[in-house]
Each structure stands twice: as C-alpha cells, then as structure tokens.
Write a protein that binds this ligand. Sequence first.
Ligand code: CAA
Length: 292
Amino acid sequence: MFASLVRPLSKGSQITKVLVTSNNVAKFSTSGVLRKDYHDILIESHGKVGLITLNRPKALNALSSHLFHEINSALEKYDEDPNISTIVITGNERAFAAGADIKEMVGKSFADVYKTAFLGHWGKINDIRKPVIAAVNGFALGGGCELAMSCDIIYAGEKAVFGQPEIKLGIIPGAGGTQRLVRAIGKSKAMEIVLSGRNFTAKEAEQWGLVSKVLPVDKVLDEAIKLGQEIASLSQPSIQAAKESINRAFELSLKEGCHFERKLFYSLFALKDKEEGIDAFVKKRDPKWTDE
Ligand code: CAA
C-alpha cells in the first residue's frame, strides 16, 4: 500500500511521483529522469532544484556508509539530469546530521579503515559540477558539519548547532573538517573548535563566515530552495564556471587562481548566452538563456 509523502510544500513546489511504501521504502521519479529506490534519503524536485532530505531520524541522520552512498547516488543523478540545475541537501528540525555513524566504527582497526579507504566515498560531493546548498537545522556535528562544509553555500536555522566533537571520541575529523574549517573561520577559531570539541551556534557560524544566512527554523529550507531557483534561472554554463573558479581558490596561489579565472572568463565568450546576456543588457530587456 502506498501513501504519499511527507512535508508540507511551499507554494509552487512540486513532487513528481514520490511514494512511500508501508515498510518505508521510497520510490521516486523526479523530472522523469532520476529514478531510484532509496531507504535513508528522500528525493523531491522543486522546478529545477533537486532536493535531498536525509532521512534516518532515529539516529539523528548519522551518516552511515549506506546513507552516504545514497547521497552520492542522488547527487550524481542530479548532476547528470538536464532538468535539474541546483541541489539542496537538508535534514530535519532536530538534526542535519549528527556525524559519521559512530556505531559503524566500533571494533574497526587501523588495517580495516586503511585497507578499505573508510570514508573515501565521502569525497564524491566535491566532483559535483552543479551548485549544492546545505539547509541546516538542528545538529550538524562531526561528519554532519563536514558534509555541510562540503556544500557550496550553507543556510542555517537559528537553532542549528555546529561542531567537530571527534576529539571527544579519541579521534579527529576525518572528512575534511580540519581543512575546511580553518579555511572558513581561520586558524585560532578552528583550533579552539577542533581541539576542545565545543559546539558553536548558527549565529557564530554566520559571524565567522561559515554560514551565509541564519533564518527562522521553518524558513531555512524554503529559502534554500528559493536561492536554488534563483541560481537555476541564470545561464548554467557560467554558473558552473563560477563555482569551478571559486573552488580553485582553495587549491591555487592568488596569481594562479586569477590566471585560471581569466582563462575561464575568456572561454565564456564562446557561449551564445554571453551574447544574449550582453545584448539583453544593452537593449534593456530580459535575457533568454539557452545554456549554450
Ligand atoms: N552515530 C550513530 N548514532 C548516533 C550518532 C552518531 N554520530 N549521533 C546520535 N546517534 C544516535 C544515538 O546513539 C541515539 O540512538 P539510540 O536511540 O539507539 O540510543 C539516537 O541517535 C539519539 O541520540 P541521543 O539519544 O544521543 O540524542 P541526544 O539529544 O541526547 O544527543 C547529540 C544528541 C548531542 C547529537 C548526541 O547524539 C551526540 O553527541 N552524538 C554524536 C555526535 C558526534 O560525536 N559526532 C561525530 C561522529 S565521528 C565523525 O563524524 C567522524 C568524521 O569526521 C567523519
């Protein structure tokens, strides 16, 4: 027996064929292209925005290997889907994600994690070309904070709690936490957070530059989707080039980064959308993007 899902949608939102079976196995088809059965995530499309909702509420969305494989699968499908331009990842009001699944680490030896490249598949999100926005409510701890930081933009609810508490488990962040946090908030604060394992608030995250906007809890997801739709309404090759160029800032010297940016800037002059955008400005009309 099927029941339809799930969360009240904001005006203008659409779910395309989302069904939940009695044993909570979801079958989805968005845009007629993405079609996959998932257990631990929910998939909805909102126009050109693909939404991934982490759905292990009893474990506070702890990021088990299975859950992360499903996130990767949905991200890859959305990245390939010509009807999707931006992606939003969210959780629920209690938890975005409370970290890697600690129970999965019980009894694992160095040889186990080293030989199997434990958490290696968490890096897939870095290969996604389309913009990914995190809509964070509740706990974003450990791997949850790292997942949010792997997204391109973070919107947070005013009660969201961030942190890298791994030190309290006798380990350290293992999915980019030390690297991304220091780049986002600077050395002293990153050291304080990682070495003490203390949590920090959404407001602090915004003041420190980790989060771009703090919103009322019930507005975070809608605003993230709205931002996704705004970005999706622009020329997609230039959006992807802008994302690629900003991300290069983390890898290159300033001189090399500016050089890379200039080459990409030149390459966009090959687009029909460049002619369209400039012509529309000059003629005081709205541009009609073709993504070519
Ligand atoms: N892994 C597995 N299960 C988790 C979990 C996690 N990271 N976080 C919470 N859970 C489970 C709890 O075990 C509990 O399950 P049971 O009901 O079966 O006991 C359920 O979720 C609810 O959690 P709590 O009862 O603990 O809820 P709470 O409100 O009292 O506390 C919390 C909430 C402060 C977030 C607490 O759950 C907590 O501290 N969680 C762990 C946070 C953490 O240490 N994260 C880092 C993980 S390591 C990591 O992420 C490594 C990396 O870099 C990738």
